[in-house]
Design a protein around this ligand. Structure first.
Ligand SMILES: [Ca+2]
Length: 494
């Protein structure tokens, strides 16, 4: 996406015309008209919170659930799913957007941005875009066939609404010496010509320190995996970094490249957009792909050490999906203000999946003393893998975590965040074993009903001292066949 506090950089307004024709190889978002800065000063705060948990929005009426036919799949809305993880890679996070038509994206995966900016952040999301983001199912909903649908709408008064979501997780980065891939399969809004003026769909990522600050852009880094404006058959990949204006990323444009979508126009079919941050190469490299074809890359050698550290040495990145209307980028490419009276409302961006994988690295495995997420187990037998936990574990089930590093300290305690909605009389043991699922447990705790499957508590257990690196097997033992525990995460302590 474009950027954020960019619009406050008055000096950058002169760069507006730098973003021109869609064939310009480095045309990325340009600065908005200087007038937007005045708007920002005049509207210091919006009345409503701008980020809300999607769970906080009103639930869709039950009627929505019973009427998937009311949301017919759009042309090209071929159901698909997160592709299999290739050898050497590990799936770190994903959402397939599976669920009933009209329902919101999973609240435990996504934050829903609302209004015209973050609380205390720049107006118009820093880009000059004009729409209001909402959590209304008419703007933001699953389509019932495995896609997220974001739709731009215009009311009778000419006001635009749309939607923007961002991942709760903000730790997407390569393991030391490895690489991370951030990928989504998207069908862009099916609109072109004058009817498309102002449409600005994007799939992108921002550095974790941006969340809650909102004024440290672009130093914290921004990877625009896919941007598209005005219905053109073009995908832009852009890196933003350093300072604004100017700096090593040439802000506010950033370092970008663009090309048409392979085979079919971006707006006519699903295409796969992928970004890789590769620390296994020398120099390290950022790469952009569409349908597996690389169209942009940026090497670490372009940056001074401080700029590189500022965008790569934090906790990682969170991903965003949005459909903006108007703003600096579409204006700059169109050479005029957008949207116009000819812009057609009601067109949707369809997102089949978002997935993040990592590969390689010297830090494979787990730090025993950090939270080890149950759903990321190297192997699982039984239970149900959900986005943030493994649920409904029962007697005989197990989880394996390969390469848990205890280091030189001696771990003497095991802790797990667990919940149980087991019936009266049902209980079981959560056991830790090293290097074999049948080894004698080094420790365990018993658990029964905690008050429900969502009533989480952190349960400690003493273990015999452990050092070094081991495969940790967590096994579940009960005298009853019913599920007795769900596990969110586990960790060790000295
Ligand atoms: Ca899907």
């Amino acid at each position: 996406m474009a950027t954020t506090p960019r619009h406050l950089a008055l000096a950058a307004a002169t760069a507006l015309l730098a973003a021109t024709a869609p064939t310009t190889s480095t045309a990325a978002p340009a600065a908005p008209p200087a007038g937007s800065a005045a708007q920002s000063a005049a509207s210091p705060a919006a009345p409503a919170p701008h980020i809300a948990r999607s769970a906080a929005s009103p639930a869709a009426p039950a009627a929505h659930l019973a009427q998937p036919a009311a949301s017919p799949a759009l042309p090209g809305a071929t159901p698909a799913s997160v592709p299999p993880t290739p050898p050497g890679w590990a799936l770190r996070w994903s959402d397939d957007f599976t669920g009933p038509a009209g329902t919101p994206p999973a609240a435990n995966q996504w934050l829903v941005d609302l209004g015209h900016g973050y609380p205390g952040g720049p107006a118009n999301w820093g880009t000059g875009e004009v729409q209001e983001y909402t959590s209304s199912p008419s703007n933001l909903a699953l389509d019932g066939t495995g896609n997220l649908r974001i739709t731009a709408l215009r009311d009778a008064a000419g006001r635009w609404t749309s939607a923007r979501i961002e991942s709760r997780r903000a730790d997407f980065r390569p393991p030391a010496g490895g690489k991370v891939a951030i990928e989504s399969r998207i069908r862009l809004p099916d609109v072109s010509g004058d009817a498309a003026l102002g449409y600005w769909p994007a799939f992108w990522a921002l550095g974790a320190p941006f969340r809650g600050n909102y004024w440290n852009w672009p130093g914290i880094g921004e990877f625009d995996v896919m941007e598209n404006v005005n219905g053109l058959d073009s995908v832009w990949g852009v890196l933003h970094c350093g300072v604004n204006p100017g700096g090593p990323c040439g802000e506010a444009n950033g370092i970008g490249a663009n090309r048409p979508c392979p085979g079919t126009p971006c707006r006519s079919a699903f295409h796969t957009f992928r970004f890789e941050w590769d620390e296994s190469t020398s120099p390290a490299q950022f790469r952009w792909y569409v349908d597996g074809q690389r169209f942009h890359s940026v090497d670490r050698t372009r940056f001074d050490a401080t700029t590189w550290a500022n965008m790569t040495s934090h906790a990682g990145y969170f991903v965003l999906l949005n459909l903006a209307i108007g703003g600096a980028f579409p204006n700059g490419v169109a050479g005029r203000a957008t949207p116009t009276a000819a812009t057609a409302p009601g067109r949707s961006m369809l997102v089949d999946y978002v997935a993040v994988w990592t590969a390689g690295g010297t830090a494979a495995g787990w730090d025993a003393y950090a939270e080890i997420q149950a759903e990321q187990a190297t192997a699982r037998s039984g239970g149900v893998a959900e986005p943030t936990a493994v649920t409904r574990l029962k007697n005989g089930d197990s989880l394996r975590f390969s390469g848990v590093r205890f280091g030189s300290g001696t771990a003497r305690q095991f802790l797990a965040r667990a919940a149980s909605g087991a019936a009266a009389g049902v209980s079981g043991l959560v056991e830790v074993r090293l290097d074999s699922p049948t080894a004698t447990p080094v420790g365990s705790f018993a658990i029964a009903d905690t008050g429900g499957w969502q009533s989480w508590r952190t349960v400690p257990a003493n273990i015999t001292g452990v050092t070094g690196t081991h495969d940790v097997h967590v096994t579940f033992t009960s005298g009853q066949p019913a599920a007795f525990v769900s596990v969110d995460w586990l960790r060790f302590a000295t």
